[in-house]
Design a protein. Structure first.
Length: 357
């Protein structure tokens, strides 16, 4: 009798344990099967604004971000689960990568210390989670050997790409502006202390203290501040009573109204207006790029697939009604293609204390 009761109790306990285990398993399965909602579809402008917020909030806990135009989402690189959760909660798609922001920044510091060779450029490509180093056709011999050695020392954190042509400021936005020895392009009309000014490239501002809106014409503005190399921007104050709308010339009889300055985002579709090649489009491929021109090193630039030619310098990079950059330089042309670097307009505005009208 006692044996039967013992066996009965054991059977009951076993059944209870099985039931608990089954319920737990079902509960875990149910929790795991609950789908995590995809991020809300974003425009490239919305993605750019979100990228700025996430970067501000999470800092170097992230390792870059880019806009996936096909999926209409912002992808943010992370190296840990906690940051991934914060990124998803903010409305972006986290992607776990091998290299942290700190490791990529260390690779860029190594390049800056050991490979600042004219004709080279580099920036972090968040889509490959690497520093992409570019060398134009002028990098040869001992310089190329040093560059190869430096890139190799960085292991899988960097990759070297050869590009045709030569990196150069595109000396020759929008409408043409003239000095006695050069033609450039106007970037964006701005105001400082309530007075009208415009932004153009610093390598243009260094050439002449005054600029005209027609070749051989009277000056319409004088240079207030010009920085190149290091950065590439100049502020010119209007000295003539001339219309200065907050708009970019589209060279088709129309204009694109500019309402705000914004930060560029990797993957974003953009347009450039310049007085030589007019309007061309492309995509942002890198941010905070370092470019080693023959005239000196410029840092903090936007790297793009947009083409440009001499005379386009200073012209406007924009996306819709947002001002993004000022044409600095690059390689290639608008017949065979090329890449162009831009001074971020937000950096220039802060440096000169100006605002869009």
């Amino acid at each position: 009798m006692t044996t039967r009761r013992t066996r009965a109790r054991r059977a009951a306990l076993a059944a209870t344990a099985a039931a608990v285990m089954t319920a737990t398993a079902l509960g875990a399965q149910g929790a795991g099967a609950s789908p995590v909602p995809d991020p809300t579809p974003l425009t490239d402008a919305q993605a750019g604004a979100l990228a700025q917020r996430i970067t501000h909030d999470l800092g170097d806990r992230t390792a870059g971000a880019y806009y996936d135009a096909a999926a209409r989402k912002l992808v943010v690189n992370v190296v840990d689960a906690k940051t991934a959760a914060a990124v998803r909660a903010a409305g972006a798609e986290p992607r776990t990568v091998a290299r942290s922001a700190q490791r990529l920044a260390a690779a860029e510091r190594t390049l800056d210390a050991r490979a600042r060779i004219p004709g080279t450029a580099w920036s972090v490509d968040p889509r490959t989670d690497k520093v992409v180093v570019k060398a134009d056709s002028t990098v040869r011999g001992a310089g190329l050997a040093r560059l190869n050695e430096t890139v190799a020392s960085l292991g899988d954190a960097a990759t070297l790409v050869r590009v045709p042509g030569a990196f150069r400021p595109t000396l020759a936005g929008g409408d043409a502006i003239y000095a006695s020895r050069a033609r450039c392009s106007l970037g964006f009309n701005v105001t400082r202390n309530g007075q009208p000014h415009f932004l153009t490239a610093g390598h243009c501002g260094n050439i002449s203290s005054t600029w005209s809106d027609r070749q051989g014409g009277a000056a319409i503005g004088r240079v207030v501040k010009s920085v190149f190399p290091g950065s590439d921007y100049a502020l010119v104050q209007y000295t003539a009573n001339i219309a200065h709308p907050s708009a970019v010339d589209l060279y088709n009889g129309g204009q694109q109204t500019i309402t705000a300055a914004a930060e560029a985002t990797v993957g974003q579709r953009v347009q450039r207006s310049g007085s030589t090649t007019r309007v061309h489009g492309g995509q942002v491929t890198g941010l905070n790029a370092t470019v080693n021109y023959a005239e000196g090193t410029v840092r903090g630039l936007i790297d793009t697939t947009v083409c440009a030619e001499p005379g386009d310098s200073g012209g406007a990079l924009f996306a819709g009604s947002s001002a993004l950059g000022i044409t600095s330089g690059g390689s290639g042309n608008c017949s065979s293609g090329g890449e162009t670097f831009f001074q971020p307009v937000t950096t220039a505005l802060r440096a000169v204390g100006a605002q869009l009208p």
